[in-house]
Design a protein around this ligand. Structure first.
Ligand code: AKG
Ligand code: FE2
Length: 297
């Protein structure tokens, strides 16, 4: 049992000034936004995902309880999730602020400033069924083999946005979050009594820094499904968890908004990462007049 004295993560209404949201995110490692995604989008997303859920999708991984179903590859399977979550202005603002990498280096006599845009790392549902045990507390940036040594709240390669597609309660498996754990060193082990619970209504969202300990909670109900869409983003100089070039066809990508194409890896990261034919991959389908910022360097 968690100790009730761990206060809930800072919670804001959708549309709250972004600088205050980001200040709380970097201070605590996580924030909650009420009504980030409209209910009609949530209903559409649930309808698009249903056939996959019905086909009994399960990861088979031990990191998820056996009663928990996952559907991956949402960039190709759920256009509604793509438009509502990946193109959401608040999501884009948080992801860009936390994960854009800008550095300067010399090329001959020129001092060159290069910008690496963030990437979608993975995009999947976690539907925690009755009887699911809690997930182990973990940091989502672990796949990049990081060291957290400086107590720097922004020392991470990833940011997560978890959107509720059902009511999410402590009883049915709300995400456990350890506020402040994003500044811990790598030896300190998180405990359950240090957790707070990310309870949400459908359409609410949690932003969780990649260095903040968290995990899916246990579902102690007998009849409730806890639905969350996990979108994880990473710095563009790191490798994505889920191979986004295999989740969605080029024809589908061409129809998505430009900012989504960029997140899916179709914009190269300057300098010189992810190009095709020495061009941004989006040059394959964007009208040439729109292919601005052609520089890879
Ligand atoms: O489902 C959740 O609440 C969290 C899932 C999670 O942390 C993960 O899969 O990395
Ligand atoms: Fe996680």
């Amino acid at each position: 049992m968690g100790i009730p004295s761990v206060p809930p993560v800072a919670t804001f209404d959708n549309g709250h000034p972004m600088d205050e949201v980001l200040e709380a995110l970097y201070r605590d490692g996580a924030v909650r936004i009420r009504n980030l995604i409209p209910l009609e989008s949530i209903n559409q997303i649930n309808a698009e995902i249903k056939p996959y859920m019905d086909a009994d999708y399960n990861s088979g991984l031990e990191v998820f309880a056996k009663e928990t179903k996952t559907v991956c590859g949402l960039a190709g399977k759920s256009p509604a999730a793509v438009h509502a979550i990946l193109a959401n202005p608040t999501v884009l603002a948080a992801v860009r602020d936390a994960l854009t990498v800008t550095t300067s280096s010399w090329w001959g006599d020129a001092r060159n400033e290069c910008v690496s845009p963030p990437l979608l790392s993975s995009f999947f549902t976690v539907r925690v069924g009755p009887g699911s045990a809690r997930q182990g507390l973990h940091r989502d940036d672990q796949d990049h083999h990081p060291s957290h040594t400086h107590g720097d709240p922004r020392e991470t390669t990833k940011l997560g946005c978890f959107v509720a597609t059902t009511k999410v309660t402590r009883e049915n498996g709300a995400t456990e979050i350890v506020p402040g754990s994003h500044v811990w060193d790598d030896d300190r082990k998180p405990r359950i009594d240090e957790c707070t619970y990310g309870e949400m209504e459908p359409g609410d969202a949690l932003f969780v820094m990649g260095n903040c300990y968290h995990g899916a909670g246990a579902n102690s109900t007998t009849d409730q499904l806890r639905g969350v869409i996990v979108s994880l983003f990473c710095k563009g100089v790191y490798r994505a968890e889920e191979n986004q070039f295999l989740t969605v066809t080029q024809e589908q990508v061409a129809k998505y908004p430009y900012e989504v194409q960029d997140l899916l890896g179709w914009k190269a990261s300057a300098p010189f990462c992810g190009w095709h034919d020495f061009k941004h991959p989006y040059d394959l389908f964007r009208p040439q007049t729109d292919a601005l910022n052609k520089d890879l360097f």
